[in-house]
Design a protein around this ligand. Structure first.
Ligand code: ADP
Length: 398
């Protein structure tokens, strides 16, 4: 059990209340007794007179052998149980048995203790339930659509705090994540609208020109319209894949996949499009448990990108290391500025907007690659080769 846990706090509170209830009445009774001894009442005065008288008697102890003079010499006669105090033939009522000064002290002490206990209990209840109230208020705000609402707890907002403080801390983390998701969703919708607008506008422009007779309906014109349409179709398909991956609904038909053959097949498909750029394959046999069609898409996106940016060469390297299969796609192009490496897999993220648009990319290729790999529990990272050029490394874990 943690020292600052709720149970320990409640236990300490209970102990404090018990202590107050025991100590305050006891202290007041003791003080009242002390006062009483300092200012004796008439009965007590009688008792003290008897003590003095007895001490006179004790000057001649042989005459009264039954009197315990040794005890009297200590200035404090032994108090006897019972109502009477003193010695044979010289007894007075024992005033200490009546304890009448104790009752008011006890009443006052108990009263103070009860009031203090109630105050402490209320303070504790308030302190303990503060995080719950803060979370409830923030949850209400969030339910009304205010995603910036947080549970405010001065100094108690820590994961290491008691259970309720860490509940408020986790709630705030969740609220921050919700706010971030909402912002990303808004941004994504804006990005999608922006991406769709360009090809649709271009298509409309060309169709208007055909309709007005400005352009002639030629094969080249049809090809142009068709390529805009293909771009749109690809964009919609990419978005569909990303949405499925986001909601963990991307269908995967995993089988033992011969990665070497798959890379060779994709490379064959790309070679004609690479012109005089060389595609170098260094492949060792490796099998991974994955969906071959999705892996083909991953390889295509990476090789396509490398082909766009490479100056002369693209390398695909496949090797195994212990239980890992590592596939690397590298090129000798401009590489990726280090500030962009973190965001390179984000949707619609392009390092150089104008350059990327010129190469016809939608900014979704790498986001798809990452989404597919993550759905398989594989990892990808991007970095720059010391000699320049971008490197994408995929780690296929068993
Ligand atoms: P796009 O479809 O626009 O290429 P990607 O998601 O595939 O989108 O890539 C995102 C951005 O990453 C690209 O716009 C480009 O700026 C950068 N990028 C991707 N691959 C490479 C590479 N091999 N070399 C340099 N930059 C790259």
């Amino acid at each position: 059990m943690k020292l600052n846990s709720l149970a320990v706090q409640m236990l300490l509170g209970l102990l404090l209340i018990m202590l107050i209830n025991a100590v305050i009445p006891a202290v007041l009774v003791l003080r009242a007794t002390e006062d009483q001894l300092r200012n004796p009442n008439s009965k007590q005065r009688e008792l003290f007179a008897a003590i003095v008288q007895m001490s006179e008697i004790c000057k001649n102890p042989k005459k009264y052998p039954e009197i315990p003079c040794a005890a009297l010499k200590e200035n404090m006669p032994p108090l006897q149980k019972g109502d009477m105090f003193g010695f044979k033939g010289n007894q007075i009522p024992n005033p200490f048995n009546q304890l009448e000064w104790v009752a008011p002290a006890l009443q006052l002490g108990t009263g103070i203790a009860v009031v203090l206990s109630i105050a402490i209990a209320l303070l504790f209840a308030w302190y303990i339930t503060t995080p719950v109230r803060a979370v409830a208020n923030a949850a209400e705000e969030i339910a009304l659509g205010n995603f910036s609402a947080r549970a405010h707890l001065r100094g108690r907002q820590s994961k290491q705090g008691d259970e309720l403080s860490s509940l408020a801390f986790s709630f705030n983390q969740m609220a921050a994540q919700l706010e971030q998701n909402q912002l990303e969703r808004k941004q994504l919708i804006a990005d999608i609208a922006h991406e769709l607008r360009t090809p649709i506008t271009v298509m409309q422009f060309r169709l208007d020109a055909l309709e007005d007779g400005v352009n002639e309906l030629s094969i080249a014109e049809i090809q142009n319209l068709s390529s805009q349409n293909k771009f749109l179709a690809r964009l919609v398909e990419d978005l569909r894949i990303l949405t499925l991956a986001d909601t963990q609904r991307l269908p995967l038909e995993r089988v033992q996949t011969d990665l070497k053959s798959l890379v060779e097949a994709v490379a064959m498909q790309f070679k004609p499009r690479l012109g005089n750029k060389a595609l170098v394959l260094e492949l060792l046999p490796a099998t991974v448990f994955a969906d071959p069609d999705r892996m083909r898409q991953v390889l295509s996106n990476l090789i396509e990108n490398a082909g766009k940016y490479a100056k002369k060469e693209i390398w695909v390297h496949l090797a195994t290391q212990d239980n890992l299969v590592i596939l690397t796609v590298a090129d000798d192009g401009v590489g990726i500025p280090s500030a962009d490496l973190q965001r390179i897999f984000d949707r619609f993220y392009r390092v150089d907007e104008s350059r990327a648009r010129a190469t016809g990319g939608s900014g979704l290729g790498l986001a798809i690659v990452k989404a597919i790999l993550e759905a398989h529990n594989f990892q990808i990272r991007a970095f720059n080769a010391p000699s320049g050029g971008a490197v994408f490394e995929i780690r296929f874990t068993a």
